[in-house]
Design a protein around this ligand. Structure first.
Ligand code: PNS
Length: 170
């Protein structure tokens, strides 16, 4: 039986911290599905398609990875893919409460699904997608914190932000 894990997240954008967690998940599971999600609490910089493409570019020859857009409930989505685990990185104690709550809710919704927390490397524990975007937008150097193609995409997007959707005709 192929043991599949899901790595879910907004990935807006992918950071080196995400890459490290995905690589570690690949050592523990035969197949890893990266679930790119809408996060209703956050306004994204990149579209779902862009975020998924940036992840695919980071693992060009890894056949055990699938990148897919998550719709609906993660617990049900994971069930439909026969996944046995969700793998998430924990950076600090401050992540823990929210992550624990989600893990317990997911287990309530799908008792076949476990959540594994992997502690992130201490050196990158301060890195988050939100902070990377903020620092890059203010001219800070984030080149060591994200893959090179993500860095290029970030600068391109910040130089030319997408147009807001039009609000009807007048
Ligand atoms: O990278 P993020 O934004 O912290 O990831 C959050 C994510 C995608 C894991 C979470 O928002 C999620 O699981 N969304 C899918 C919808 C869902 O199942 N919500 C209930 C979670 S218990």
């Amino acid at each position: 039986m192929t043991r599949t894990a899901i790595c879910p997240g907004s990935f807006d954008p992918l950071t080196n911290g995400h890459v490290a967690i995905i690589e570690r998940a690949l050592r523990l599971f035969e197949r890893v599905v990266i679930a790119v999600s809408v996060n209703i609490r956050k306004q994204p910089l990149f579209t779902m398609e862009e975020r998924a493409a940036l992840i695919r570019q980071s693992f060009p020859s890894e056949t055990r990875i699938e990148v897919a857009e998550l719709s609906g409930l993660l617990a049900e989505w994971a069930r439909a893919r026969g996944a046995v685990a969700i793998v998430k990185g924990l950076r600090a104690a401050s992540d823990f409460e929210y992550e624990l709550q989600m893990a317990q809710m997911n287990r309530h919704l799908n008792p076949e699904l476990d959540t594994l927390f992997l502690p992130t490397e201490a050196a990158g524990s301060y890195v988050s997608s939100s902070l990377v975007k903020e620092v890059a937008a203010l001219g800070g150097d984030v080149s060591a914190l994200v893959p090179a193609h993500v860095h290029a995409a970030l600068h391109e997007r910040l130089a030319r932000p997408p147009r807001p959707p039009r609000e009807g005709r007048s």
